[in-house]
Structures are given as structure tokens and as C-alpha cells.
Design a protein around this ligand. Structure first.
Ligand code: NAP
Ligand code: GCO
Length: 266
């Protein structure tokens, strides 16, 4: 194998929810490895900010507003990308939301919305890009999973159900389309410092860590929150020829959380 196995030159990558946070960093990293970047988000305001951020990073990205839960919008976006940029070679299903509420206070509508964004959204985007991947006999789909693909915790019933579902959708896409040289894998971030987790990291009035923040640090063998940049290497690997015989796996980039029982009593 040569270093060029990681080269993404000539590839068109669509990163959903790529206007900021983890999606932006993954897209930025893939651009550095040669890919042409397309991203979407849910509002014009976010699109403008995203386009500016890519410009500031020296990346000529193609941005679109499209709600991943809306099949017509996703299908129209993928057609537009095909006409303007080319067929999608790499899809990163990253768009996501979270609601933190005890299960008994969660409405079925709220629960359903979280499932819809993560699971139906990933299904819609994969379904829209798969026909061209099948025709090319090549394609990479990366689903952004979570610690909650494996673990539960209080207040995130919808999110855990969604990320567990996304893990199984990953395995199913791998099973159904592996015959066409299409690989679908998941990348599971640990606890990463992005706007999504900002409420969990809010400092106490005296400047010290909140109990949840300290809890996460103690559960993470690396002893820190992850940065969005930490997610780039695993995703570039899963997007590149270096992973052509890796299919249906979830690669966790969590600083060791899932391997660790927790601090032994002192
Ligand atoms: P973020 O900063 O909140 O970014 C989420 C992105 O998803 C935003 O660009 C948002 O669009 C987009 N989005 C949400 N709903 C959408 C919809 N219906 N249609 C289209 N786009 C939509 O979150 P993040 O922390 O970077 O997380 C990115 C992914 O990683 C999520 O799937 C999340 O669950 C997962 N994850 C995060 C962590 C963590 O610790 N941060 C850990 C594990 C997994 P707008 O810009 O328009 O709002
Ligand atoms: C939470 C967090 C997590 C992370 C992430 C973990 O409330 O516990 O938001 O769910 O965002 O998905 O990998």
C-alpha cells in the first residue's frame, strides 16, 4: 500500500450538516486530502455562515439548504450536485440534533423528530446517492454514530434510539450494496467540544468544571473532551481506498471511553 491510498483527489464528498462542528471539520480534512466538498444545512443563515467559514479556510465548497428528513428536498439537492459538481462519491451522514429530557417528559413528537433526522435523514441521503455509486461500482458512505450507539444514559432516549438505529442501518447498507464495491461504515465520536455539547460544558460561576463535564473527563482515558479535528483521520480512512475491504463496521474515536470501566474506588 502507498500513501496515495488515502488521497481523495477527484472525489466529490457530500457532508450533511457540514456548516459547522464535526461536519465542517470532516469536510475541511477531506478537502485537504483532495476532495471537492458539498455540504448542506437546515437554514439560509447557517448556509451563509458555513460558506464564509469554508472561504476563510481556503476551500471552495458548494453549500445547499436541504432538510435531510424531506425526501424531495434531498433528492433535488443530490440532482443539483450531480449537475453542478458531479455524482457523489463519498457521503457523510453527519446532520443531527439532540434533545435532553427525561423520557417521561419527552413527547412522542419530539422522540420521532430525533429519530427522523438521524435515521430517516441518513436513509434518504444514502438512497439518493446509491444509484450513481452502483453505476460507478464504487462508493463510500460514512454514518456519524455516537457513544449512544452502544450506551444509554438518562435524558437521551430519542438520541440513543436514533444512534442505535443508525448503527444497524450502516450494517444493512453494507450488506445490501457491498456487492457493488460500496462500503458503508460508521464513525462514532466520543464526547466532542462542539455547539451540540456546549450546554454540558458550561463552566460553574467560580470557573470550575460542571459535574457532567468532570464526569466525562473521568470516563475518558485520554482525560479530555475530543476536538472536531480528532474526527478527521478516521473519516478520511473510511472515505479512502485504504478501507476498501472494511464494510459495516463502526470505528469509535472516543479517547477510549468504550474500553473503560471507570475509575476504581480510591
Ligand atoms: P452541530 O454543531 O449541532 O451540527 C449539526 C449539523 O446538523 C448542523 O449543521 C445542522 O444544521 C445540521 N442539521 C440538523 N438537523 C438537520 C436537518 N434536518 N437537515 C439538515 N441539516 C440538519 O453538531 P455536532 O456536534 O457537530 O454533531 C454532528 C454529528 O455528530 C451529529 O450527528 C451528532 O449527533 C454527532 N455526534 C456529536 C458528538 C459530540 O460530542 N458533539 C458526539 C457523537 C456524535 P444547521 O447548521 O442549519 O443548524
Ligand atoms: C449527551 C451528549 C452525547 C454526545 C455524543 C456522544 O447528551 O450525552 O450529547 O450524546 O453528543 O453523541 O458520543
Amino acid at each position: 500500500m502507498e500513501l496515495s491510498a488515502f488521497d481523495l483527489s477527484g472525489k466529490v464528498a457530500l457532508v450533511t450538516g457540514g456548516a459547522h462542528g464535526i461536519g465542517f471539520s470532516i469536510a475541511e480534512g477531506m478537502a485537504r486530502c483532495g476532495a471537492t466538498i458539498c455540504f448542506n444545512c437546515s437554514s439560509e443563515r447557517s448556509l451563509e455562515k458555513g460558506v464564509e467559514a469554508y472561504k476563510a479556510a481556503g476551500i471552495d465548497a458548494h453549500g445547499y439548504v436541504a432538510d435531510v428528513t424531506d425526501w424531495d428536498a434531498v433528492s433535488a439537492m443530490v440532482e443539483k450536485i450531480k449537475a453542478e459538481v458531479g455524482p457523489v462519491d463519498i457521503l457523510v451522514n453527519n446532520a443531527g440534533i439532540i434533545q435532553r429530557k427525561p423520557m417521561l417528559e419527552t413527547s412522542s413528537e419530539d422522540f420521532e423528530r430525533v429519530i427522523k433526522v438521524h435515521v430517516v435523514g441518513a436513509f434518504n441521503c444514502a438512497k439518493a446517492v446509491l444509484p450513481d455509486m452502483i453505476e460507478k461500482r464504487a462508493g463510500k458512505i460514512i454514518n456519524i454514530c455516537s457513544m449512544m450507539s452502544e450506551l444509554g444514559r438518562e435524558t437521551v432516549s430519542g438520541y440513543a434510539a436514533a444512534k442505535g438505529g443508525l448503527k444497524m442501518l450502516t450494517k444493512n447498507i453494507a450488506s445490501e450494496f457491498g456487492q457493488y464495491n460500496i462500503q458503508c461504515n460508521g464513525m462514532g465520536p466520543g464526547y466532542i467540544a462542539t455547539p451540540q455539547t456546549a450546554p454540558l460544558r458550561q463552566r460553574q460561576p467560580d470557573g470550575s468544571r460542571s459535574p457532567f463535564d468532570a464526569f466525562i473527563i473521568s470516563k475518558t482515558p485520554a482525560g479530555r473532551w475530543g476536538e472536531a479535528e480528532d474526527m478527521v483521520g478516521p473519516c478520511v480512512f473510511l472515505a479512502s481506498h485504504a478501507s476498501d475491504f472494511v464494510n459495516g463496521q463502526i470505528l469509535y474515536a472516543d479517547g477510549g471511553i468504550l474500553a473503560y470501566l471507570g475509575h476504581q474506588p480510591q
